[in-house]
Design a binder for this molecule. Sequence first.
Ligand SMILES: Cc1cc2nc3c(=O)[nH]c(=O)nc-3n(C[C@H](O)[C@H](O)[C@H](O)COP(=O)(O)O)c2cc1C
Length: 274
Amino acid sequence: MAEMIVFDEGKCIRCGICAEVCPVGIIEQKDHKIPFIPDNLYPICRKCGHCEVFCPEGAVSSGYEGTLPSGRDLSIDFLEPGELKEHLVARRTTRTFQKNLVEKEKLEEILDVVRYAPSGSNRQPVRWIVISGREKVTEIADRVARWMASLAEKEKDDPMAAAFGQISDLYCKGIDRITRNAPQLILTMVPSDNPWGQTDSTIALSWFEILCQSYGIGTCWLGLVRMPAREDPSILAHLPVPRGYELGFSMAFGYAKYTQRGIPKRNKADITWL
Ligand SMILES: Cc1cc2nc3c(=O)[nH]c(=O)nc-3n(C[C@H](O)[C@H](O)[C@H](O)COP(=O)(O)O)c2cc1C
């Protein structure tokens, strides 16, 4: 088998860090010699690149597919905790958007970073659908509103159905609580047979949301699309979901109309220390 991971004998100082950091333990190093991966273990390599990036001598190189982040060198420069804390506590859901669309290049730039989000077994399963333009977003909101109205009609004693009935009534009056008048939506797709797919989808969307904030782009998780679409898959059946994939979550986004002036209260962290 062609070697996906190459250990440079000239550079390697036999420190064994590559073997220690490998998540699946396939790097062997015997008698302080050059490390290697037995051919039969290559198939379980996660292609995570840890052996390469943790090597203090740059002695490991990888030949598997993938691209590095564009437009930056590969040095590491972590944010100060204060900066990151500030960014995270300031994150808010946006429910009022400007009409103009977020540029494709900007979204590509953001998603080029989001692909570095963690994923179960480094399978990187998340695929994206970006829906741009109010007309296309409304098509989805219309379908959700119709579903909500019919549920409210059928389940008259169910308080949830009654709430959906109200949302759909408001929608008919031009008040969109479903997609929040957003100009754009982003949806994730993950392989249906990936046990971590939905979790990976949520993580990726969280990264998307947090990055958007730095670009002045507001986001809103759309439980009010996700839940109806789970109950009635025909709501999003017009979307080009490849065979073997299922939809993850939906998020509305667009340039935020208003700027927040402060940080609201939240519950204290509930921690059990053992
Ligand atoms: C899983 C999930 C589903 C949500 N669904 C909706 C939704 O359908 N509509 C909406 O306006 N906000 C939705 N939100 C946003 C929450 O209401 C919001 O995060 C919460 O009120 C806290 O406000 P903040 O995000 O500004 O801190 C959702 C958030 C999450 C995490």
